[in-house]
Design a protein around this ligand. Sequence first.
Ligand code: SF4
Ligand code: SF4
Length: 158
Amino acid sequence: MFLVNYFKDIYNALKSLFIGMRRTGYYFTHHKEIITQLYPENRLELNLPERFRGEVIMTHDDQNEHACTGCSACELACPNGTIKIINKFDISPEGKKKKAIDTFIYHLELCTMCNLCIEACPTDAIKMAQTFEHSVFDRAMLTKKLNKPDSKLRAGVE
Ligand code: SF4
Ligand code: SF4
């Protein structure tokens, strides 16, 4: 019985080795079908899948304006406290107080890229970027402020 199992194990090992090597041999002779990419050598022409999620960003236009009203819907939608919205009150030309975003804090180190914040935003102020080279020596650098310095809310966005 022992000898039967012994030779059976050898047979199964050789069989699995052969299956693996057959796949390797196939790609060795079919170069055009290789889908792996030579990274980082190809960094400039790197082609990521359209749905790849790298980090949450806030979009700004040429006038340094964004569409974030500070409504906090993204903060509430985030399941793990990755987003913290700090608001302020601006004074309108009519002298009225109006809530506005002061700081949009994003903890990249906590983000699971679930996309819930993006879906919750009523003004499309944030989106997923495809950046992915996030390695840093100091984890504090992964805490980001998404609204750019001196940026403001785009006119007409409520
Ligand atoms: S993608 Fe998900 S985890 Fe990341 S900030 Fe948005 S809601 Fe939070
Ligand atoms: S990013 Fe969107 S959901 Fe989040 S505070 Fe700004 S407007 Fe509200």
